[in-house]
Design a protein around this ligand. Structure first.
Ligand SMILES: NC(=O)c1ccc[n+]([C@@H]2O[C@H](COP(=O)([O-])OP(=O)(O)OC[C@H]3O[C@@H](n4cnc5c(N)ncnc54)[C@H](O)[C@@H]3O)[C@@H](O)[C@H]2O)c1
Length: 314
């Protein structure tokens, strides 16, 4: 049985443990805060029961039994095929963890980071085993949103990337592979542009944050559950993508050029947005909304599984 080590068992680490254990992998989980790793098991049990409720996991008890908590990093790394690192999002923390993981993991093990923005060359450059390091960036929560962005450093061995890709596929994920390093990879770069424009629109008084959310939730987002932006625009002009660009390209380019100025995430603009935002940041509300979101995502995943194939086998 293939064994995976989860290093760092916070929000993302415990979701990765859910992913791997529910797909038949043995999982060893380590966190510098031992209490956090033990508490993570309770969360994972809940995740697995929820997935089972939507038919996405057969036996939640059996899956949970595949996860053990290790008190020392070297114990978690014994005999692993892949290490999924989920520590703090700083170059210093990643570099320190990767140096330890490279020293302690079996020579054949793949070392993958969940980092959201940092390219692998920034924390693997001086390592003896730098050829086996890469980014494998998930989306929160990876047990319900399957994309994983594989982003190798220039020195990552292509054979390692391919081996990682096969492991994530076996774990029910949808891996994509970047051909060059770029901070933020694909997903967070797309998200950054969308968020910046949302903040600008509200900050300029054009629409309320609630109406911007509706525009995605009941507009663009509905199609995006099943089709990407290229697939979407192909259907929006009779001659496909080139026709779409011929018709609307100039308007799009003008809007993008017009939007580029200013700092949409600066304190002044954020306070404008918060003056209209009706939500309250209390922990109970966030927990209830997260639980509701996870249930809806699980239902959507179950639906997507049933409707996986497009017409004409595409
Ligand atoms: N939160 C998200 O939406 C999201 C999405 C995708 C990727 N990520 C990335 O995943 C990583 C983890 O994010 P998170 O949201 O789970 O953070 P988190 O704060 O919830 O968890 C981090 C965990 O790492 C542990 N830790 C700290 N130092 C450690 C060490 N030296 N060894 C072992 N464990 C250590 C902490 O105790 C904590 O439990 C980050 O790199 C983040 O950018 C986060």
């Amino acid at each position: 049985m293939t064994k995976i080590a989860i290093v760092g068992s916070g929000l993302i680490g415990r979701a990765w443990a859910t992913v791997f254990a529910s797909h038949g992998f043995d999982v060893a989980m380590y966190d510098i805060d031992h209490a956090a790793a033990k508490a993570a098991r309770t969360h994972i049990g809940r995740n697995l029961r929820e997935l089972a409720g939507y038919g996405l996991v057969d036996d939640p008890k059996e899956s949970l039994a595949r996860i053990r908590v290790a008190d020392r990093l070297q114990d978690a790394l014994k005999s692993v095929a892949l290490v999924q690192e989920n520590g703090p999002e700083t170059v210093e923390a990643k570099a320190a963890l990767f140096a330890e993981m490279d020293r302690l993991a079996p020579r054949s093990a793949i070392l993958a980071s969940s980092t959201s923005f940092i390219v692998a060359s920034r924390f693997s450059k001086s390592l003896k085993g730098r050829h086996r390091c890469l980014v494998a960036h998930p989306v929160n929560p990876p047990h319900l949103v399957p994309i994983v962005e594989l982003a190798p450093a220039p020195w990552t061995d292509p054979e390692v990337v391919e081996r990682a890709r096969k492991i994530y596929l076996r774990a029910g994920q949808v891996p994509i592979t970047l051909r060059k390093e770029m901070p933020g990879f694909v997903l967070n770069r797309l998200q950054a542009v969308l968020l910046a424009e949302a903040f600008r629109i509200v900050g300029a008084g054009v629409a309320s944050p609630q109406d911007v959310d509706k525009t995605i939730r009941d507009g663009l987002g509905l199609r995006w559950s099943f089709m990407g932006p290229f697939e979407t625009i192909e259907l929006n002009a009779p001659g496909g993508i080139p026709d779409y660009c011929a018709r609307y390209g100039k308007s799009l380019t003008d809007m993008v050029a017009q939007s580029a100025a200013g700092d949409p995430f600066g304190a002044e603009n954020v306070s404008r947005i918060m003056s209209e935002w009706t939500g309250q940041q209390d922990a109970a509300r966030v927990a209830a909304l997260s639980k509701w979101r996870d249930g809806r995502l699980a239902a959507l995943q179950a639906h997507k599984r049933a409707a996986r194939r497009k017409p004409n086998g595409q």
